[in-house]
Design a binder for this molecule. Structure first.
Ligand code: FEO
Ligand code: CA
Ligand code: CA
Ligand code: CA
Length: 595
């Protein structure tokens, strides 16, 4: 690959790209160094026992770093940028790689093994410190905290106490035990973390046995599990058995908020942001000081949403500011996005060929679904819009997208960026066809969407959009790299998480590389002559996905999720990071330029 285009090098992307590979390692550019910050089983809470994979217990796991780290939020603790509270999501467990050979029978897990799974879900909070050489290390502190499937959450906002949230364990519908499938998230300007409960459907069993047709339609719309589950949790707690506790499923699929500054704080489920398979939730302050939250629903043909608060943001991270700003997420308006192309539909032929105006682009609108207790959707009460948001959005005529993953506002140019990871069903028989915002049939490699709210205001209900990247192999005609010469870019497939460096360059992590190579992290300028010049910064080990990127001016962190996925305990596909014959362990890695 050539360097940046003639002219000044682009600050933040002046590294030599890493070549696509299938190494069982984190591969970084020449001149950079790396360390493992924390891995599955490492101590989080004071007094956590030493990790021993052969003798793991639920009690130990509840004090140790959980499994399958995804989002990583870094909250600065000093003006020098030396110490951070690090908040990490543990999206899911892979029990078949969590126990030594012979210990785990997937058809008959023990109760203790199931409870280890509950304790390995949720989030971790640790204090980290930048070392003299540049890498991050965990330092012992009173902030160390695990949130698991046994931590009590307060339900807040308009659906708190809803009849749809009441269960035998919680007749008030206001207290939920735990959070699960926390995928990505966002750090709020007030120093807390928002985290998306994503694929919550997979933990619930036997939904086909529910006979009420209205309830059944709702369960089906959310893809709630039929028959027994992979993990068999329903054998040990009836809340996972839908016919026994039909409302438990409505208590997941929310955006949750964690206040890592206060280890005794009760985490919150914010119902005003709607219930769907939230990939993440990220905040932008509107021109008049309100809080907008963007969130994608990551499934094929699902939607992009925005919430705008009624009240105004108070700057600062004090306990008072945190309480005030968190409460803003409990009252406001929830919108869903509709994208309209500006080129004739006949020019969107499904191959990825650009229309005659040279871009996949157009206009968009935010359709209001609900505001406070007022529903804008015919046939839905406000309560139903909050709890069964997908069905309300169907009715409102939102645009069906190619799996909306992470969404992030650019702190430099103010535009918003979303990863559409892939959708092999686009244009298939009986499924939605292409449109200008989702222009490829059988979209295997995904694309990256950019939009600008009108007047640059996150409160606007209209916007302009265009595709920044149509991902894949740059040597093929169905890809587009923001107009940059395609012989000078890295191949990229299945964009998932997005982040910005302080210069406003977009960093994209990938999950599920359809080009046959390991996943990785990529940087791409979005303005100026280098717009679209995708450069691969690192690759992750075999079977892993790259998550949780954070990019500062002097270090990068990534979460390496599910290394060795697809392997078995007797035939592991990865031994990262411990090497030898060890089973793989999901871990957070920091990368810094050699001094
Ligand atoms: Fe958990 Fe949509 O990635
Ligand atoms: Ca166009
Ligand atoms: Ca993701
Ligand atoms: Ca993904």
């Amino acid at each position: 690959l050539a360097g940046n285009r003639p002219g000044r090098p682009v600050p933040g992307t002046d590294f030599t790209p890493v070549a696509p590979n299938k190494a069982d390692a984190v591969v970084i550019p020449d001149g950079w160094e790396q360390n493992v910050v924390i891995r599955w089983g490492d101590p989080v809470v004071t007094g956590a026992p030493e990790f021993d994979i052969a003798k793991q217990t639920a009690a130990a796991q509840a004090k140790q770093f959980g499994y399958n780290n995804d989002f990583v939020g870094l909250i600065p603790q000093d003006p020098q940028g030396k110490r951070f509270l690090m908040v990490v999501n543990h999206e899911y467990t892979t029990e078949t790689q969590m126990f030594p050979a012979g210990q785990y029978d997937a058809a008959n897990p023990t109760e203790e093994q199931v409870k280890i799974g509950w304790a390995a879900h949720g989030l971790s909070v640790v204090l980290v410190e930048k070392q003299r050489d540049g890498g991050l290390e965990v330092v012992p502190s009173h902030y160390g905290r695990r949130i698991t499937l046994d931590t009590i959450f307060e339900v807040r906002g308009p659906a708190a106490g809803s009849k749809y949230l009441k269960t035998s364990a919680d007749p008030t519908g206001t207290k939920v035990r735990g959070t699960q499938n926390n995928c990505s998230g966002g750090v709020t300007p007030w120093g807390t973390v928002l985290s998306g409960e994503e694929n919550f459907h997979q933990y619930f069993a036997n939904s086909e046995k529910v006979t009420d047709p209205v309830v059944q339609t709702r369960l089906t719309r959310y893809g709630i599990g039929k028959g027994t589950t992979t993990r068999k949790w329903e054998r040990f707690d009836k809340r996972w058995d839908v016919p026994q506790e039909p409302n438990e499923v409505n208590r997941f699929g929310w955006v949750v908020e964690i206040d890592p500054n206060d280890p005794n704080s009760t985490p919150i489920k914010h119902t005003a942001l709607g219930r769907f398979k939230h990939e993440a939730a990220t905040v932008k302050i509107t021109k008049d000081g309100r809080v907008a939250v963007y969130s994608g629903d990551d499934e094929r043909f699902e939607y992009i949403y925005k919430f705008v608060s009624k009240g105004k943001y108070k700057p600062g991270t004090s306990a008072h500011a945190r309480r005030h700003n968190s409460a803003l997420l409990d009252e406001g308006t929830l919108y869903v996005a509709k994208f309209t192309g500006d080129s004739p539909a006949s020019q969107i032929d499904g191959t990825g060929k650009l229309p005659s105006d040279g871009e996949f682009d157009g206009r968009g609108e935010w359709i209001p679904l609900v505001s406070g207790d007022k529903s804008f959707v015919d046939g839905f009460t406000a309560e139903e819009v909050y709890v069964f948001t997908r069905q309300a959005a169907d009715k409102a005529g939102a645009t069906k997208m190619d799996r909306p993953e992470d969404i992030e506002p650019n702190p430099v140019n103010g535009r918003i960026y979303a990863a559409l990871t892939n959708n092999s069903d686009r244009g298939a028989a009986g499924k939605a066809g292409v449109d200008e915002a989702n222009p490829r049939v059988g979209n295997k490699n995904g694309h990256v969407l950019e939009w600008e709210e009108d007047r640059g205001d996150a409160a606007s209900t209209t916007f302009s959009w265009r595709l920044l990247l149509v991902c894949g192999d740059p040597a093929t005609a169905d890809t587009y790299f923001g107009g940059f010469p395609k012989d000078q870019v890295s191949p990229i497939s299945c964009p998932d998480n997005v982040a910005f460096d302080p210069y406003g360059n977009l960093w994209i992590s990938t999950d599920g590389n359809a080009l046959g190579m390991n996943d990785g992290l990529f940087a791409v300028p979005v303005d100026g002559p280098n717009r679209g010049q995708v450069k691969q910064f690192l690759t992750v080990p075999i079977g892993a996905e790259t998550c949780g990127p954070n990019v500062t001016s002097d270090f990068v962190t990534v979460a390496v999720q599910h290394p060795g996925e697809g392997g078995t305990v007797t035939n592991p596909q990865s031994h990262w990071p411990d090497g030898g014959n060890n089973l793989p362990r999901p871990a957070v890695v920091s990368v810094w330029r050699k001094r």
